[in-house]
Ligand binder design. Structure first.
Ligand code: ZN
Length: 204
């Protein structure tokens, strides 16, 4: 399986990174070895001094698809979860400055946290009104709503499937809202999807 991550899908987050608003979705990949499951601890990597959390809605692809049409796009995922796209921001800044790929900053082990429960797509009454938020040590640091995405789920699937075949089990991290920031050893991270806690782990 592959993990596809969308960059800059919320206007307020693009602004906080001083990035321009994209005209089409920007995406990058993480390998399956980057997954961190079952609320296991995140071990702070020794190659970075500035690892940031990015809480995101995550789609689970349930059918093989290529050049998917927008009107059918939502039938290609069967469940929604939340995840954290951990980013070594200090290394990413160097990559951007030097025009290099981002993998060292984005694709390292345990950099793709996935919540402990996939919620079936059918149980969401409105895909444009999904709330999610992240608490660190009991304080809310990030809040998002799917209605504020620049490109909705269907548009993301259409775009990605032009370039690469989507397969069962692939995950799409759909981008982060504003409020990203650093984590520290000892922090407890709790992530909520429509009020239900499905992420709860510590940084060690
Ligand atoms: Zn992200």
């Amino acid at each position: 399986m592959k993990i596809i991550c969308i960059g800059r899908n919320y206007i307020d987050h693009a602004k906080e990174l001083n990035s321009s608003i994209p005209e089409e979705p920007v995406f990058f990949l993480k390998p399956d070895s980057s997954l961190l499951i079952r609320n296991r601890p995140f071990y702070y990597p020794d190659f970075s001094q500035d690892v940031h959390y990015e809480l995101e809605l995550v789609l689970r692809i349930s059918r093989v698809g290529k050049n998917i049409k927008e009107e059918y796009a939502n039938s290609y995922f069967d469940a929604i979860n939340i995840g954290i796209d951990f980013t070594a921001r200090d290394i990413q800044r160097k990559c951007i400055k030097n025009g290099l790929p981002w993998e060292v900053a984005k694709a390292f082990d345990r950099s793709a946290v996935i919540g402990d429960e996939f919620i079936p797509r059918e149980s969401f009454s409105n895909l444009d009104k999904i709330n999610f938020h992240l608490d660190i040590n009991g304080k809310t640091v990030q809040e998002g709503n799917s209605g504020n995405m620049i490109f909705n789920f269907a548009k993301l699937i259409v775009h990605i499937s032009q370039f690469m075949t989507l397969k069962m089990g692939d995950l799409i991290y759909t981008g982060t809202p504003a409020g990203v920031g650093p984590v520290n050893i000892g922090d407890r991270l709790e992530g909520y999807l429509n009020g239900e806690k499905i992420i709860d782990f510590k940084v060690k």
